[in-house]
Write a new protein. Structure first.
Length: 136
């Protein structure tokens, strides 16, 4: 009888060990945090993928380029159209520097990339606006 009790206790302990009751999870089994990517990083990566031909010889620095998305988003939030934003008469919103420039079709693409990364809720508005004028 005593042997049966010992064997039963050993079986119960073995089952508990196999099921992992009361043990800590393996370090590899824990969920790893997903790295976050800033809107600026998303925008620059998308611009690199777009391969803007206008900038083959000379283009903006990342700092110069990152000056645009927030201002574009603010203009769209204020209700301005893509044409208004890129109109040279409207100020400093056209992607242009002292020694670099951007063709209009590529500037339109930059607007879309900027809205996707910095103000995604406005992307549909901007692409619809560009399509309505035949520019996208």
């Amino acid at each position: 009888m005593r042997t049966r009790t010992v064997v039963a206790a050993l079986l119960a302990a073995s089952l508990l060990a196999l099921t992992g009751c009361g043990t800590e999870p393996e370090p590899d089994a824990e969920a790893k945090p997903t790295p976050t990517v800033s809107p600026d990083e998303k925008f620059l990566a998308a611009v690199d993928e777009a391969s803007i031909v206008s900038w083959t010889t000379t283009g903006p620095t990342d700092t110069e380029l990152l000056d645009y998305p927030q201002r574009w988003c603010a203009a769209f939030t204020d209700g301005h159209s893509a044409d208004h934003v890129l109109n040279a008469d409207q100020g400093l919103l056209y992607p242009l520097g002292d020694d670099w420039g951007t063709k209009r079709d590529e500037a339109n693409e930059l607007l879309v990339l900027a809205t996707k990364s910095h103000c995604p809720d406005l992307t549909d508005q901007v692409t619809a606006d560009l399509r309505a004028t035949g520019a996208y």
